[in-house]
Design a protein around this ligand. Sequence first.
Ligand SMILES: NC(=O)c1ccc[n+]([C@@H]2O[C@H](COP(=O)([O-])OP(=O)(O)OC[C@H]3O[C@@H](n4cnc5c(N)ncnc54)[C@H](OP(=O)(O)O)[C@@H]3O)[C@@H](O)[C@H]2O)c1
Length: 175
Amino acid sequence: MRISLIYAQNEDGAIGLAGPHPLPWHHPEDLERFKKLTMGKGLLMGMNTFDSLPRLLPGRFHFVLTRGKGLPRLGRLASVQFLNSISQAVLAAEELDMEELFVIGGASILNTMLGKADTIYRTMVLNTPLAKGELAKVHMPERGESPQWDKYKCVKTEYVEDRLVFLTYELKHQG
Ligand SMILES: NC(=O)c1ccc[n+]([C@@H]2O[C@H](COP(=O)([O-])OP(=O)(O)OC[C@H]3O[C@@H](n4cnc5c(N)ncnc54)[C@H](OP(=O)(O)O)[C@@H]3O)[C@@H](O)[C@H]2O)c1
């Protein structure tokens, strides 16, 4: 099973607001790209990210990490499984024969999987002021801020005017 990270961040490295909040920007092209890449695949996310979704995402299986809060919801939803750890979630996705598991956030889960994922789909959000800018933000490290980034090479760069950059990275082959 392939494991991929997918996330968007602004020039300050913020991927969003701490807690269950909608994304602090609106870029339909990025949502389209997210939908196209993840359709039919598994999504791994934390409880705050799950609670920030407007609805369950059709055509995708949700693996949701919680150390307690979500567990009482176990078994209630057909396309959702609540799990206690990343390793449990990866195992569960393999058992369901997922072709690819997309790690979609939040920050600590993305960070844990940086260096382990095969592919990273990263969107740079430019020239976009944050909605609710006064709230605490969650960040992903830049290249240079985490040694894990050295394991990747950038294989594709696409621009959407001066607002978005879609970057794709692949894990370098060892040896
Ligand atoms: N820009 C993007 O691409 C992007 C992507 C995703 C999210 N976001 C934004 O990021 C924010 C949410 O991120 P966040 O970092 O605050 O939270 P998060 O990672 O989505 O959720 C944190 C919660 O997930 C559970 N959890 C996390 N790691 C776990 C682990 N290893 N094992 C078991 N449970 C674990 C815990 O839930 P319990 O408290 O239930 O135990 C924890 O409190 C939202 O504002 C969202 O909009 C942005």
